[in-house]
Design a protein around this ligand. Structure first.
Ligand SMILES: *Cc1c(COP(=O)(O)O)cnc(C)c1O
Ligand SMILES: *[C@@H]1O[C@H](CO)[C@@H](O)[C@H](O)[C@H]1NC(C)=O
Ligand SMILES: *[C@@H]1O[C@H](CO)[C@@H](O)[C@H](O)[C@H]1NC(C)=O
Length: 424
């Protein structure tokens, strides 16, 4: 019967006499009249409220109210003059955070992985050689990305928790002659901060570009893009910057990279990540007209701008120093509890993400879930080569404080007591 009514109405509409619709529809159940076969989901009728948590893992970190508020401002057009000004502010903020004067400095729309692909896709063509330094998961990921675009990839590998000497890097570059060398500054899977001094010069001696991942270290450990001869540097928004995930700072040196971009034989495999387009969209190429490339994540850029403003207010050097002092306070507390730090060399300990040797006799997953359940606090286990070996504590940006350390230590002490008892 219902079906008949629909059909007859449709006939009437087709004949241009549809005055029956208003009078007929209300007498029928709404769903029965619907043309959609998938009903509105019941779960979406519930209001969502995000839990309040202490985000003391390797990221994302807690977002301060000031940054959340910036992200909640009204959306404007992605090409409006005010938005272009915000992008220009972001560019200046990244130049400060990276310590670079590169014009080609932008934030890509996406997470750290997007910036990673942006760097590799723009710097390497199929068939070219890439060398990655693997002392954790990020060198492995970079190798995988380069392989996917048909690069010839070689890696130097060291144990999780270790790093490479300049001699080892020099020898590997001489042997493999790559066009790009990838190194992670802050290895968040193992808790290692890699020395950078001198490596840029070694790369350039071998006619090779120097690409550095500073997603987990920027703002938390000393880093000087220009002085250290880094050709491509990228980071992320949700670690030390305390902005929501989804935007990623990146910068390309004029000296080496512009040559590469404008002398390519093939276009980068990704239109979305093509730097010739992005450079124009961000006003970095000196051309008067800025052409629509994609719709920038407007709210995410507001938040990113605010996070960079906070870093600039605090001062990079103060931020570096605070992260180091807080990390040392954490290291001391951990060792006083009878636990061991995973990175033996004190100077190689990453100030933002600390790796603790997984306590023997315990199930690390039980510890992290106990702490989440009873302390509403996130710390995490290992990742990639460090899985099962470590617990990871990330104290980044606003949460790099002694108060956070005290909370983490208290939670760990409690977990060790409880998790141990449950085993005996
Ligand atoms: C978190 C992290 C990434 C990946 O960033 P996403 O935003 O998760 O894509 C890359 N490198 C390092 C060193 C990281 O810590
Ligand atoms: C962690 O950061 C959040 C957001 O800025 C802040 O509200 C909270 O007080 C910080 N906690 C500690 C212990 O530093
Ligand atoms: C970088 O930008 C500045 C300021 O707009 C300009 O003076 C300089 O020539 C630019 N450098 C290059 C290499 O484009």
């Amino acid at each position: 019967l219902i079906r008949t009514t629909v059909f007859s109405c449709a006939n009437i509409i087709a004949k241009g006499r549809c005055n029956c619709i208003i009078s007929t529809l209300p007498t029928r159940p709404a769903l029965a009249m619907s043309s959609v076969s998938v009903p509105p989901p019941k779960c979406l009728q519930k209001t969502f409220v995000a839990p309040r948590r202490h985000m003391f893992g390797p990221g994302p970190s807690n977002v301060p109210p000031r940054i959340l508020a910036a992200g909640a401002e009204p959306v404007i057009g992605h090409m409006h003059p005010e938005m272009l000004e915000i992008m220009s502010d972001i560019k200046s903020g990244i130049q400060y955070a990276f310590q670079t004067e590169n014009n080609m400095t932008i934030a890509v729309s996406g997470t750290g992985h997007t910036a990673m692909e942006c760097a590799i896709f723009n710097a390497v063509e199929p068939g070219e050689g890439v060398l990655t330094a693997v002392n954790g998961i990020w060198g492995e990921r970079a190798a995988e990305m380069a392989e996917r675009i048909g690069a010839k990839v070689n890696s130097i590998v060291t144990t999780a928790g270790g790093y490479f000497t300049s001699e080892e890097i020099d020898q590997a570059l001489a042997k493999h002659k790559p066009v790009l060398f990838f190194l992670t500054h802050g290895e968040s899977s193992t808790g290692v901060v890699h020395p950078l001094d001198g490596i840029g010069d070694i790369c350039h001696k071998h006619n090779c570009l120097f690409l550095v991942d500073c997603v987990a270290s920027m703002g938390g450990a000393p880093l000087y893009m220009d002085k250290q001869g880094i050709d491509i540097l990228y980071s992320g928004s949700q670690k030390v910057l305390n902005a929501p995930p989804g935007t990623a700072p990146i910068s390309f040196s004029e000296r080496h990279f512009l040559m590469k971009v404008f002398n390519r034989k093939t276009k980068p495999v990704s239109f979305f990540l093509d730097m010739t387009w992005l450079a124009n969209y961000w006003g970095c190429d000196g051309k008067p007209a800025r052409i629509y490339h994609h719709t920038a994540p407007v709210s995410a850029f507001y938040a990113l701008r605010e996070s960079l403003a906070i870093l600039a207010e605090q001062g990079l050097e103060n931020s570096w120093q605070r992260h180091r002092e807080v990390a040392e306070y954490l290291h001391e507390g951990v060792e006083n509890m009878g636990l061991k730090l995973f990175v033996k060399d004190k100077n190689a300990r990453l100030p933002t993400v600390t790796t603790i040797v997984a306590p023997p006799g315990y199930d690390w997953k039980e510890i992290t879930s106990y702490i989440m359940k009873n302390h509403n606090l996130e710390i995490s286990g290992g990742l990639g080569p460090s899985v099962g070996q470590v617990l990871r504590v990330g104290l980044m940006g606003g949460n790099s404080s002694k108060a956070s350390v005290d909370m983490v230590l208290e939670a760990l002490r409690d977990a060790l007591r409880y998790c141990h008892k449950s085993k005996v």
